[in-house]
Design a protein around this ligand. Sequence first.
Ligand code: NAD
Length: 473
Amino acid sequence: MTTFDSDFTMTIGGKAVAGAASFPVLNPATEQAFAQAPDCSPEQLDQAVAAARAAFPAWAVTPYADRQKLVASIAGVLAANLDGLHRLLTREQGKTHVNAQGDVMGGAHWCQQAATLELPVTVVEDTPERYGETRHVPIGVVGAIAPWNFPVILAFFKVAPALLAGNTVVLKPSPFTPLTTLKIGEILRGVLPDGVLNVVTGGDMLGPWMTSHPGIDKISFTGSTQTGRKVMASAAASLKRVTLELGGNDAAIVLPDVDVADVAEKLFWAAFGNTGQICIATKRMYVHKDIYEPLKAALVDYAKTVKIGDGAEQGTQLGPIQNRPQYERVLDLIADAKAKGYDFILGGDVADAPGYFVPISIIDNPPEGSRIVQEEQFGPVLPLLKFDNIEDAISRANASEYGLGASVWSADTAKALEIGSRLQTGTVWINETQHLSPLAAFGGHKQSGLGSEGALEGLLEYTNAQTTFVKRG
Ligand code: NAD
């Protein structure tokens, strides 16, 4: 019987491994440490990589259909342990129970659906002289590095396709949210062959050790653009393959024909869900001048009904910021906006009390060049921006180094689609945001990433193409 509030161990070669040292894990709602996580040493990372390498040959030749069954079976294991996992996730991450359940079950759904994908074999030549086909073979050991905002689903975005394709994995969660991932490693011991999925946790050096490790063949990374650049530079030394899912500064463009009362609540959650800590949160909202004032009023009215608090408390709809560095980044953006004299229609005053709580904050039409518009805030502070002419809105939406997602809101779907087709982002939503599917490619354009997750595109990221020619006659 797994306990979910203590005994946190790494999983290496299918066995529990205590850390060489340990580090505290804080509840962001209280700033109190409530558990210790193992701090992986370089030697223990070597052991995890060695275990993954040892497991690779047998896993790589395990029939694809068997790997599909095993990956799909992870869903049932997550569901069976949902109660313990989601409560632990709320404690370490700060998110509400509902949101934590969504993260765990989102991971389950990802495994189940990804396991329906097939790896194609393409006949490239079939002549009297020669037969040729291209198939997709596993790469080897994948180092999977996850962030703290959705620790479970974002880990399975990587683990599910990596395992399906026949790779073995060393998974590292963020040091701010290590515990749920450690427990997932524990409950999967015995479900997957030993060494196929290893879970390690540690401090700030563990990521760089992984990206420079000679025994790791590919890095799949989700995190900030700034760290993504370091990952790519480090991986370049040994030409490791990389998939990078990075930051975003998603624009929503709201046309004047929307039903303001209907869209206000949806737009609120687009921006403030998970306390704004979503890579594909709406981080800039461009609203046509004809509906700017009524939409602003409706957003503020709705925001006032939303309860912020400890995610473990009944009725909480938004939790705290997850960790102190991120809290300080958001506070710095608020301080900058105040110093420049921008008008906060709501929020902006952070209480001096325990917990990384930031109130829902909306800034009234700050300049386009302001930091709150240009930078990724990753917190509950939204710049509401006015536009008159759609060409201007499109060019402002596109004037960003980021290109993760964007949304267009209109009663006229054809018009919204035409506008959407001109946005430079990996995903475009019309009249919604943040819908992702294991069967759809998801990734960033520009500096929001490299490569894709989800769908066949995402699965192929964990393979090398191999072409075989057979001479006839
Ligand atoms: P982060 O870049 O600080 O950390 C991400 C992970 O990388 C953590 O596990 C961290 O320990 C590790 N890491 C840190 N430095 C490293 C290094 N030099 N080498 C290797 N690994 C290193 O990001 P975060 O603060 O955890 O997450 C928030 C960011 O992630 C935001 O920018 C957000 O937009 C982005 N994000 C992107 C997606 C996406 O799919 N595109 C999804 C979620 C979050």
